[in-house]
Design a protein around this ligand. Structure first.
Ligand code: UD1
Length: 417
């Protein structure tokens, strides 16, 4: 287990460079198996979720080379295989191999996915999409076996605009016969990035960034390059840290358009934010105004920033409300914040913050990736020492977080225990 130790209450100044988006990367890597040639993915973040996906590619006989932040994949000798329980359980996005292997080989054998425990997270919408395309699904000893004689394009209406289901159905449909229309598709920018990659490979997909995606099936895909977009969640996390401790803290390499809902909310709270092209400069606010935050699908306030945001709400003057509408339980960080002295009442999807509360260092436990990011944020503003157990979660989605924060003045270290 990894443990993060923070000595809190130090200003943050200097520049933090944002890496490529985790949620793009975890879709782009499985998508690579749809082509038979050489694929290059640039600006790949150094996160452990990426490492796990590359392990799966190796299992499928794909040659993987990493040069700095570029990965080069040679899929010429690709072979279908079972995505093992050990690898599938490492992350949620292992389930993108269901759509990709089905699309490529008309057969996918993938064990149940892992990922953060933030609700029951069913995948019925993914499976209904595969079935609509003509696939048959069996489950056997925690494994999905999905087969099709032929995949045929059709019109699919998603009952919820699920990111994962939209990605998986696109992956299964690009090589299907005829046209697939996905209605009520997710509009997240990471899906636009995926569609750009697939179109670079020769796919015919329209409607990226809208809720209707139209895929005209093609018979094969070829060599292609793609650059991963900046990680809006990583950027948002550091922007929130800057709102609490920034002294001209610069967050560099962002796409501010992807962060509109977050920046609007922070401005409403009185935080000084200066946007200059792909940089955001933040200085700690003197008095933070209480507010209400409700998570929504893109372009609404992103659920992944709800947990770091709640640390900011503990410092706002007055009563703030937080509502999580996407997942059933994303409140694992709250008991930890209470332990540090924050005054919060909560249930699975709502929290009320009575701020400002002075936070004191404590021994905490990360319960998932973004709760871990919230605890780091809390540790940075707390008086004294904060210890965060199960910090492995954090490294799944934040590249070089210790170095990035140390370089701007934080006193933070990570140890293996
Ligand atoms: C993705 C992101 C995650 C983000 C989330 C919402 C990745 C790897 N992860 O997760 O960081 O927080 O989008 O923006 O990109 N649902 C069903 N049935 C399904 C699929 C989903 O009921 O078949 C429900 C889920 O339980 C959840 C909600 O729909 O309550 C949203 O899920 P979804 O959009 O699929 O999120 P993920 O793809 O898991």
């Amino acid at each position: 287990m990894k443990r993060i130790i923070i000595e809190g209450n130090r200003p943050l100044s200097g520049t933090i460079k944002i890496g490529g988006a985790k949620n793009s990367t975890v879709a782009l890597i499985p998508a690579a198996i749809l082509a038979t040639g050489t694929l290059k993915i640039h600006n790949v973040p150094g996160i452990t979720d990426k490492d796990a996906l590359l392990e799966i590619l190796k299992l499928l006989n794909i040659k993987v080379n990493e040069e700095d932040n570029t990965i080069i994949l040679d899929a010429r000798n690709i072979q279908n295989g079972v995505v093992t329980e050990e690898l599938a359980q490492k992350l949620r996005a292992s389930y993108y191999f269901m759509g990709a292997l089905l699309g490529r080989f008309k057969k996918a054998e993938v064990y149940f996915p892992g990922g953060c425990k933030i609700g029951s997270r069913p995948i019925d919408i993914h499976l209904q999409g595969f079935e609509a395309l003509g696939a048959k699904i069996k489950t056997e000893n925690n494994k999905y076996i999905i087969t099709a004689d032929e995949l045929k394009g059709t019109e699919i209406n998603l009952r919820f605009a699920s990111v994962g289901a939209t990605v998986n159905i696109i992956l299964a449909a690009v090589l299907a016969k005829g046209q697939t229309i996905i209605n009520n598709a997710a509009k997240e920018v990471e899906i636009e990035n995926l569609i750009e990659f697939l179109n670079n490979m020769g796919a015919k997909i329209k409607g990226a960034g809208t809720n209707t995606i139209i895929i005209d099936g093609v018979s094969a895909l070829h060599d292609a390059d793609i650059t991963v977009i900046p990680d809006r969640i990583e950027a948002g996390t550091y922007i929130i840290m800057g709102s609490l401790l920034g002294d001209n803290l610069t967050i560099d390499g962002v796409n501010p358009k992807h962060l509109t809902s977050v920046l609007t909310k922070l401005k409403e709270m009185g935080i000084g934010i200066n946007v200059k092209e792909n940089k955001i400069i933040i200085t700690k606010a003197q008095g933070i105004k209480a507010t209400d935050v409700k998570t929504e699908v893109y372009p609404g306030f992103v659920t992944d920033l709800g947990q770091p945001m709640s640390v900011l709400l503990t410092q706002a003057e007055g009563i703030s409300h937080f509502e999580e509408t996407i997942f059933e339980n994303r409140m694992g960080h709250i008991p930890n914040l209470q332990k540090m002295g924050a005054k919060i009442k909560f249930d699975n999807t709502h929290a009320v913050f009575y701020g400002p509360s002075k936070l004191k260092g404590a021994e905490l436990t990360a319960t998932d990736l973004r709760s871990g990011a919230a605890l780091v944020t809390a540790g940075l503003i707390a008086e004294g020492t904060t210890i965060i157990n199960d910090a492995d979660y954090i490294l799944r989605g934040y590249e070089r977080i210790i170095t990035k924060l140390s370089d701007v003045g934080a006193k933070i270290e990570i140890t293996e225990i």
